[in-house]
Design a binder for this molecule. Structure first.
Ligand code: PEP
Length: 254
Protein backbone atom coordinates (compact mmCIF):
# COMPACT_ATOMS: atom_id res chain seq x y z
CA UNK A 1 0.00 0.00 0.00
CA UNK A 2 1.29 3.46 -0.86
CA UNK A 3 1.55 6.09 1.88
CA UNK A 4 0.08 9.55 1.41
CA UNK A 5 2.30 12.59 0.94
CA UNK A 6 0.75 15.95 1.86
CA UNK A 7 3.06 18.59 0.39
CA UNK A 8 2.80 22.36 0.75
CA UNK A 9 4.11 24.58 -2.04
CA UNK A 10 4.47 27.98 -0.39
CA UNK A 11 5.37 29.63 -3.73
CA UNK A 12 6.76 33.17 -3.30
CA UNK A 13 5.11 33.76 0.07
CA UNK A 14 6.30 34.09 3.64
CA UNK A 15 8.82 35.81 5.86
CA UNK A 16 11.04 34.58 8.67
CA UNK A 17 8.38 35.45 11.24
CA UNK A 18 5.42 34.11 9.24
CA UNK A 19 7.24 30.86 8.41
CA UNK A 20 8.17 30.27 12.04
CA UNK A 21 4.55 30.75 13.09
CA UNK A 22 3.33 28.46 10.29
CA UNK A 23 5.77 25.66 11.14
CA UNK A 24 5.00 25.97 14.87
CA UNK A 25 1.31 25.62 14.09
CA UNK A 26 1.83 22.62 11.80
CA UNK A 27 4.11 20.80 14.23
CA UNK A 28 1.80 21.49 17.17
CA UNK A 29 -1.24 20.19 15.32
CA UNK A 30 0.19 17.13 13.56
CA UNK A 31 -2.44 14.42 13.33
CA UNK A 32 -1.65 11.15 15.04
CA UNK A 33 -1.25 8.01 12.99
CA UNK A 34 0.95 6.64 10.30
CA UNK A 35 0.79 6.06 6.59
CA UNK A 36 1.22 9.70 5.63
CA UNK A 37 4.03 12.26 5.52
CA UNK A 38 3.99 16.04 5.52
CA UNK A 39 6.33 18.14 3.41
CA UNK A 40 6.76 21.91 3.14
CA UNK A 41 8.47 23.68 0.25
CA UNK A 42 9.51 27.23 1.23
CA UNK A 43 11.25 29.77 -1.02
CA UNK A 44 15.04 29.24 -1.30
CA UNK A 45 16.18 31.85 1.26
CA UNK A 46 14.14 30.17 4.01
CA UNK A 47 15.02 26.55 3.33
CA UNK A 48 17.82 26.27 5.90
CA UNK A 49 15.83 27.99 8.66
CA UNK A 50 12.79 25.80 8.01
CA UNK A 51 14.98 22.67 7.99
CA UNK A 52 16.29 23.60 11.40
CA UNK A 53 12.82 24.48 12.68
CA UNK A 54 11.28 21.12 11.70
CA UNK A 55 14.12 19.14 13.24
CA UNK A 56 12.81 16.52 15.63
CA UNK A 57 9.41 16.54 13.91
CA UNK A 58 8.30 14.30 11.06
CA UNK A 59 7.81 17.29 8.73
CA UNK A 60 10.11 17.18 5.70
CA UNK A 61 11.43 20.04 3.61
CA UNK A 62 11.70 20.48 -0.15
CA UNK A 63 12.43 23.25 -2.63
CA UNK A 64 10.23 24.64 -5.40
CA UNK A 65 12.74 24.62 -8.25
CA UNK A 66 16.33 23.65 -9.03
CA UNK A 67 18.92 24.17 -11.73
CA UNK A 68 19.60 21.37 -14.19
CA UNK A 69 23.30 22.27 -13.94
CA UNK A 70 25.67 20.92 -11.33
CA UNK A 71 27.60 24.13 -10.63
CA UNK A 72 29.29 27.08 -12.27
CA UNK A 73 28.46 30.31 -14.07
CA UNK A 74 24.66 30.27 -13.80
CA UNK A 75 23.88 33.50 -11.99
CA UNK A 76 20.78 33.32 -9.86
CA UNK A 77 20.42 29.56 -10.09
CA UNK A 78 20.53 27.02 -7.26
CA UNK A 79 22.27 23.67 -7.75
CA UNK A 80 20.72 20.37 -6.67
CA UNK A 81 23.68 19.60 -4.38
CA UNK A 82 23.17 22.94 -2.62
CA UNK A 83 19.59 22.01 -1.82
CA UNK A 84 20.67 18.63 -0.49
CA UNK A 85 23.43 20.33 1.50
CA UNK A 86 20.82 22.68 3.00
CA UNK A 87 18.71 19.77 4.21
CA UNK A 88 16.13 19.46 1.43
CA UNK A 89 14.88 15.98 0.67
CA UNK A 90 12.50 16.86 -2.17
CA UNK A 91 12.30 19.34 -5.02
CA UNK A 92 9.36 20.28 -7.22
CA UNK A 93 10.20 20.20 -10.94
CA UNK A 94 8.01 21.32 -13.81
CA UNK A 95 5.40 23.22 -11.83
CA UNK A 96 3.02 24.78 -14.35
CA UNK A 97 4.08 28.27 -13.21
CA UNK A 98 7.67 27.40 -14.16
CA UNK A 99 6.53 26.00 -17.50
CA UNK A 100 4.20 28.88 -18.41
CA UNK A 101 5.86 31.95 -16.83
CA UNK A 102 9.52 30.95 -17.26
CA UNK A 103 9.16 28.91 -20.43
CA UNK A 104 10.57 25.67 -19.06
CA UNK A 105 10.25 22.96 -21.68
CA UNK A 106 9.56 19.33 -20.93
CA UNK A 107 13.17 18.57 -21.93
CA UNK A 108 14.47 21.11 -19.40
CA UNK A 109 12.17 19.75 -16.71
CA UNK A 110 13.49 16.27 -17.46
CA UNK A 111 17.07 17.54 -17.13
CA UNK A 112 16.18 19.06 -13.74
CA UNK A 113 14.63 15.75 -12.70
CA UNK A 114 17.81 13.87 -13.60
CA UNK A 115 20.08 16.42 -11.89
CA UNK A 116 17.95 16.40 -8.73
CA UNK A 117 18.09 12.63 -8.42
CA UNK A 118 21.84 12.62 -9.06
CA UNK A 119 22.22 14.88 -6.02
CA UNK A 120 20.08 12.64 -3.81
CA UNK A 121 16.86 14.66 -3.97
CA UNK A 122 13.44 13.16 -4.64
CA UNK A 123 11.90 15.08 -7.53
CA UNK A 124 8.18 15.85 -7.50
CA UNK A 125 7.38 15.96 -11.22
CA UNK A 126 4.36 18.15 -12.01
CA UNK A 127 2.26 17.42 -15.07
CA UNK A 128 -1.09 18.78 -16.15
CA UNK A 129 -3.19 20.35 -18.86
CA UNK A 130 -4.65 23.80 -19.39
CA UNK A 131 -8.41 24.36 -19.67
CA UNK A 132 -8.11 24.77 -23.46
CA UNK A 133 -6.25 21.47 -23.68
CA UNK A 134 -8.87 19.70 -21.55
CA UNK A 135 -11.68 21.16 -23.63
CA UNK A 136 -9.90 20.06 -26.79
CA UNK A 137 -9.79 16.51 -25.43
CA UNK A 138 -6.01 16.44 -25.21
CA UNK A 139 -5.50 16.01 -21.46
CA UNK A 140 -3.88 12.59 -21.79
CA UNK A 141 -1.70 13.63 -24.74
CA UNK A 142 -0.39 16.63 -22.77
CA UNK A 143 0.34 14.59 -19.67
CA UNK A 144 1.96 11.86 -21.78
CA UNK A 145 4.32 14.33 -23.45
CA UNK A 146 5.38 15.74 -20.06
CA UNK A 147 5.82 12.28 -18.56
CA UNK A 148 7.54 10.75 -21.58
CA UNK A 149 10.19 13.48 -21.60
CA UNK A 150 11.25 12.28 -18.15
CA UNK A 151 10.93 8.60 -19.01
CA UNK A 152 13.12 9.13 -22.07
CA UNK A 153 15.75 11.09 -20.15
CA UNK A 154 15.79 9.18 -16.88
CA UNK A 155 14.28 5.75 -17.60
CA UNK A 156 11.43 4.00 -15.84
CA UNK A 157 13.57 2.89 -12.88
CA UNK A 158 14.12 6.53 -11.93
CA UNK A 159 10.38 6.90 -11.35
CA UNK A 160 10.81 4.44 -8.48
CA UNK A 161 12.58 7.21 -6.57
CA UNK A 162 10.29 10.08 -7.52
CA UNK A 163 6.84 11.50 -6.92
CA UNK A 164 4.43 12.65 -9.62
CA UNK A 165 1.92 15.46 -9.11
CA UNK A 166 -1.03 15.71 -11.47
CA UNK A 167 -1.98 19.38 -11.43
CA UNK A 168 -4.62 20.50 -13.91
CA UNK A 169 -3.52 24.07 -14.66
CA UNK A 170 -7.14 25.29 -14.65
CA UNK A 171 -7.49 24.19 -11.03
CA UNK A 172 -4.34 25.82 -9.64
CA UNK A 173 -5.09 28.84 -7.49
CA UNK A 174 -8.52 29.24 -9.09
CA UNK A 175 -10.75 27.59 -6.49
CA UNK A 176 -11.92 25.23 -9.28
CA UNK A 177 -11.03 21.71 -8.21
CA UNK A 178 -11.07 18.67 -10.45
CA UNK A 179 -13.78 16.31 -9.29
CA UNK A 180 -12.46 13.17 -7.63
CA UNK A 181 -13.51 11.23 -10.75
CA UNK A 182 -11.78 13.65 -13.16
CA UNK A 183 -8.59 13.46 -11.11
CA UNK A 184 -8.77 9.69 -10.68
CA UNK A 185 -9.14 9.20 -14.45
CA UNK A 186 -5.86 11.02 -15.10
CA UNK A 187 -4.07 9.42 -12.15
CA UNK A 188 -5.11 5.98 -13.39
CA UNK A 189 -3.92 6.86 -16.87
CA UNK A 190 -0.51 7.95 -15.54
CA UNK A 191 -0.13 4.77 -13.52
CA UNK A 192 -1.13 2.63 -16.51
CA UNK A 193 1.38 4.42 -18.72
CA UNK A 194 4.14 3.64 -16.22
CA UNK A 195 2.87 0.08 -15.79
CA UNK A 196 3.35 -0.53 -19.50
CA UNK A 197 7.08 -0.22 -18.77
CA UNK A 198 7.29 -1.61 -15.23
CA UNK A 199 4.28 -2.75 -13.22
CA UNK A 200 6.08 -2.76 -9.86
CA UNK A 201 7.31 0.79 -10.22
CA UNK A 202 3.88 1.94 -11.37
CA UNK A 203 2.26 0.30 -8.36
CA UNK A 204 4.67 1.94 -5.92
CA UNK A 205 4.94 5.51 -7.21
CA UNK A 206 3.05 8.21 -5.29
CA UNK A 207 0.85 10.32 -7.57
CA UNK A 208 -0.33 13.50 -5.83
CA UNK A 209 -3.24 15.68 -6.91
CA UNK A 210 -2.76 19.45 -6.98
CA UNK A 211 -5.27 22.19 -7.74
CA UNK A 212 -7.26 24.02 -5.08
CA UNK A 213 -7.14 21.08 -2.66
CA UNK A 214 -8.64 22.17 0.66
CA UNK A 215 -9.90 20.67 3.90
CA UNK A 216 -13.40 20.33 2.51
CA UNK A 217 -12.54 18.52 -0.73
CA UNK A 218 -9.44 16.55 0.32
CA UNK A 219 -11.25 13.50 1.68
CA UNK A 220 -13.09 12.88 -1.59
CA UNK A 221 -9.94 13.23 -3.66
CA UNK A 222 -7.78 11.16 -1.33
CA UNK A 223 -10.35 8.36 -1.27
CA UNK A 224 -9.63 7.66 -4.95
CA UNK A 225 -7.52 4.55 -5.50
CA UNK A 226 -4.77 6.25 -7.51
CA UNK A 227 -4.51 9.52 -5.55
CA UNK A 228 -1.71 9.32 -3.00
CA UNK A 229 -1.72 12.78 -1.47
CA UNK A 230 -1.76 16.40 -2.47
CA UNK A 231 0.46 19.21 -3.67
CA UNK A 232 -1.12 22.20 -2.04
CA UNK A 233 -0.57 25.88 -2.72
CA UNK A 234 -2.96 28.35 -1.10
CA UNK A 235 -4.14 26.03 1.65
CA UNK A 236 -0.58 25.30 2.74
CA UNK A 237 -0.05 28.86 3.98
CA UNK A 238 -2.22 28.58 7.09
CA UNK A 239 -1.49 25.84 9.59
CA UNK A 240 -5.18 25.12 10.17
CA UNK A 241 -5.92 24.77 6.45
CA UNK A 242 -2.91 22.55 5.82
CA UNK A 243 -3.65 20.42 8.88
CA UNK A 244 -7.25 19.93 7.75
CA UNK A 245 -5.89 18.19 4.63
CA UNK A 246 -3.42 16.22 6.74
CA UNK A 247 -6.33 15.15 8.98
CA UNK A 248 -8.25 13.92 5.93
CA UNK A 249 -5.19 11.87 4.90
CA UNK A 250 -4.72 10.51 8.42
CA UNK A 251 -8.34 9.50 8.78
CA UNK A 252 -8.28 7.51 5.53
CA UNK A 253 -5.18 5.64 6.69
CA UNK A 254 -6.60 4.74 10.11
C1 PEP B 1 0.14 24.50 -6.62
O1 PEP B 1 0.66 25.60 -6.67
O2 PEP B 1 0.81 23.49 -6.88
C2 PEP B 1 -1.29 24.43 -6.26
C3 PEP B 1 -1.90 23.28 -6.38
O3 PEP B 1 -1.87 25.59 -5.81
P1 PEP B 1 -3.35 25.73 -5.20
O4 PEP B 1 -3.50 24.66 -4.15
O5 PEP B 1 -3.38 27.09 -4.61
O6 PEP B 1 -4.31 25.53 -6.31
Amino acid sequence: MRDFLVAGNWKMNGSSAANAELIDGIVAGLPAGSGFSLLVCPPFPYVAAVVSQVQGSPVKVGAQNVSEHEKGAFTGEVAPAMLRDSGCEYVIVGHSERRSIYGESSAQVAAKFVAAQAAGLTPILCVGETLEEREAGSTEAVVDEQLDAVLDAAGIDALGAAVIAYEPVWAIGTGMTATPEQAQDVHRHIRERLAAQNADIAAGVQILYGGSMKGDNAAGLLAQPDIDGGLIGGASLKAGDFLAIAEAAASIKT
